[in-house]
Design a protein around this ligand. Structure first.
Ligand SMILES: NC(=O)NC(NC(N)=O)C(=O)[O-]
Ligand SMILES: [Zn+2]
Ligand SMILES: [Zn+2]
Length: 513
């Protein structure tokens, strides 16, 4: 009898993030269906479950939903697999309690701009992923007729650039191209996302500088000085792009629009006003815009180069406030690595170095380290990095929450410990990140994917089971109301055992063996 319940595992702790609060919690998971079958807002003893049930008490560590990192560049297939790949990128994710990543359409060759190209990407990913992986499609000039087919094939949204992307096979779109994409997508269940930096027109003044043609602002100081780089991508690039997006929004009033990696706080009043007018516009920001500041970046330290740039500390303060107010809803990594020779180059020339920061898997600790100084709790962090990111990519109902019927993706987090970031904490392919040698608070002790432990701080990755990640190619879904809800009222032990044996969760039936 005992062996028949080996697919059921009970995770319990005096601290769990359930229904948006930290509470004692017990989570019953089924590794056969991969689902959470019961959630109790209290610590239940092993005797509450049938003999043979695996039972783990993690008190006082925090049981939280696995993170959904809605913005990573895994760069495979093609020659930039040297920069990152599915195996290493998703391993790094699992290390950091991230159980789902969504891969950006650019940097791989070919880019994910057609169904054929998506199929190549999916073939490259299969069997390599330690966590679940979804895919974005890309909008480039002239591919509007590919977009609906990409929706049908399960892309979780689309990204386009309003400025040079840094890679030639993924050109920027014009306002007219955006209009065409919006026409195609206006009745589709998807999201259109923008790299929202755009060059204002000729001789529009930007701060002290005046723009010339469509070239980015020419450097006005030494090329290895961070402030020279910062000044070359001013907030006006972001506000100008945002104004353009807002002006186009009426073309597709039902289509969700989303700003990726928002950096400049000057965008915030515009975002607020657009949302108040009923425009379906959301924004994400990144770990590095919240935790790093221009004042601290040493000249020549091109590990910090990304676009839009990391701005001053006062800017980070404003981004934190916008998160707390719910104006910005998500925080992602924008993990966009490259090889060291392209990142630290030309004696620290910010204009030659690749733009992109390696963070996947470090984000939870980065956010906790900075957030707790600012009075932020783990529930808020979890909302920004799990629940809301899952919603953003159409996975809410399946990912991003500890709730019955959801995938049993769990991160076990110890907020009281800290660690120094060394190469052994960097599981991404190229061990180069601005967080190197920094001490971060909060350690991910274990990561569980669909009811199975895939990573443990003590025993490492489960190499025997191998990468267990699935590719998320089913169509986007809205949140569904699970059949069973969290049980918070006192429940008799016999009743729990009965539920455990007979649980039917959403449409998935638990198999009895
Ligand atoms: N080609 C890129 O990976 N670009 C990325 N680069 C950054 N953020 O610096 C991005 O998301 O725009
Ligand atoms: Zn971008
Ligand atoms: Zn990106």
């Amino acid at each position: 009898m005992a062996a028949s319940h080996s697919n059921i595992t009970v995770l319990t702790s005096s601290q769990a993030i359930i229904n948006g609060t930290i509470t004692p919690g017990t989570i019953v998971t089924d590794s056969t269906t991969g689902k959470i079958t019961q959630v109790h807002e209290k610590v239940l003893p092993p005797s509450a479950f049938p003999a043979g049930t695996v039972y783990r008490d993690y008190s006082p560590k925090v049981l939280m939903p696995g993170l959904v990192d809605a913005h990573v560049h895994l760069n495979e297939p093609g020659w930039r697999t040297e920069w990152e790949g599915f195996e290493t990128g998703t391993r790094a994710a699992a290390f950091g309690g991230v159980t789902t990543v969504v891969d950006m359409p650019l940097n791989a060759i070919p880019p994910t701009t057609t169904v054929e190209n998506l199929h190549l990407k999916v073939a490259a990913a299969r069997g390599q992923c330690w966590v679940d992986v979804g895919f974005y499609g890309g909008v480039i000039p002239g591919n509007e007729k590919d977009l609906k087919d990409l929706v049908s094939e399960g892309v979780r949204g689309f990204k386009c650039f309003l400025i040079d992307s840094g890679v030639e096979e993924f050109p920027a779109v014009s306002t007219e191209d955006v209009a065409k994409a919006m026409e195609e997508l206006k009745d589709q269940d998807t999201v259109l996302m923008f790299h929202a930096e755009k060059l204002p027109p000729l001789s529009m003044s930007v701060g002290d500088a005046v723009l010339h043609g469509d070239a980015p602002l020419a450097p006005t100081g030494p090329l290895d000085e961070y402030l020279t780089f910062l000044a070359s991508r001013p907030p006006a690039f972001e506000t100008y792009a945002l104004a353009d997006i807002i002006a186009s929004a009426p073309i597709a009033p039902n289509l969700p629009l989303h700003i990726v990696h928002l950096s400049a706080i000057q965008c915030l009043p515009m975002l607020k006003e657009a949302q108040e007018k009923g425009i379906k516009l959301t924004a994400e920001t990144c770990f590095h815009y919240l935790a790093l500041a221009a004042e601290d970046i040493k000249n020549g330290d091109t590990r910090h180069k990304c676009c839009p740039p990391i701005r001053e500390r006062a800017n980070a303060d404003g981004l934190w406030d916008a998160l707390k107010d719910g104006l910005i809803t998500t925080v992602v990594s924008d993990h966009s690595p490259c090889t060291p020779n392209l990142k630290v180059v030309g004696g620290g020339d910010f204009f030659q170095a690749w733009g992109g920061i390696s963070t996947v898997g470090l984000g939870l600790s980065v956010l906790w380290t900075e957030g707790k100084k600012r009075g932020v709790d783990l529930c808020q962090i979890s909302k920004w990095t799990s629940e809301e990111t899952a919603r953003q990519v159409g996975l809410l109902g399946q990912k991003g929450k500890i709730a019955v019927g959801y995938d049993a993706d769990i991160c076990i987090f110890d907020p009281e410990s800290s660690f120094k970031v060394t190469t052994s904490e960097m599981h991404f392919k190229n061990k180069i990140t601005p967080y190197e040698a920094k001490v971060l608070d909060g350690i991910v002790c274990e990561t569980w994917l669909r009811g199975k432990q895939i990573y443990s701080k003590d025993t490492g990755f489960d190499e025997t089971a191998g990468p267990l990640g699935s590719l998320l190619l089913e169509k986007r879904q809205q949140e569904t109301v699970p059949i069973a809800t969290t049980l918070s009222a006192p429940v008799a032990i016999e009743e729990i055992k009965a539920v455990n044996l007979n649980a039917v969760v959403s449409t998935v039936e638990i198999q009895q063996s």
